[in-house]
Design a protein around this ligand. Sequence first.
Ligand code: SF4
Length: 220
Amino acid sequence: MSIKLSNAGKMPCPSWSLEARTHCPASLVQTGPAKGELVDACAGCYAAGGNYRFPNVRAPRLHNAQDWKRDAWVADMVKALRFETHFRWFDSGDVAWLPLARKILAVMQATPHVQHWLPTRMHKFPKFRTVLAQMSKLSNVVVRRSSDSIQGDYDKRLATTSTIVGSVDQIDDDMVMCGAYQRDGKCGDCRACWDRNIKCIAYPAHGRVMLKLVSLKEVA
Ligand code: SF4
């Protein structure tokens, strides 16, 4: 077994990822009549289709779902990040298991030279809150607790979060709009997602499935 990082074309750094949906327990509505259905943001997830279905893209994610269990995984991740300045956890997937979350915390603690960005929905599950809070206390880590909304809603009590917006009138003063889509889908020099002083990143809805979901919301 070995560390397999992925390079999303958009990002200025590598990522360690799992497969979307199958490793996103928080992608499902947890309570109420819609319990078990995909939340809006995950119903239009970019990582559930397109290139992410290709065998060469799936393979490292399926590998990672087992590889993190190795005793040497933390040490191997630390070594893999020795030359990085920034790192994104989960270009696809989420921190699906609590022992994985604890190992990621150990990697973060052992790599103070790396700025870590962890987007997650696992804060929905009370048992994850302690470890996510421990991560958030590290000066080299930004945990963005993602909103399920595709209409710009988010929990204003969260220090760092993100949401999807369907139109610019959903942007508020605490948000920074992701400009990647004005740069051919690339981050360029932007590092807003890693900036703990930015409360909420607003990602413009994009992709055929997501845009259809947004338009259905607008007429609802
Ligand atoms: S806000 Fe900036 S850093 Fe975050 S995804 Fe968009 S371009 Fe990249």
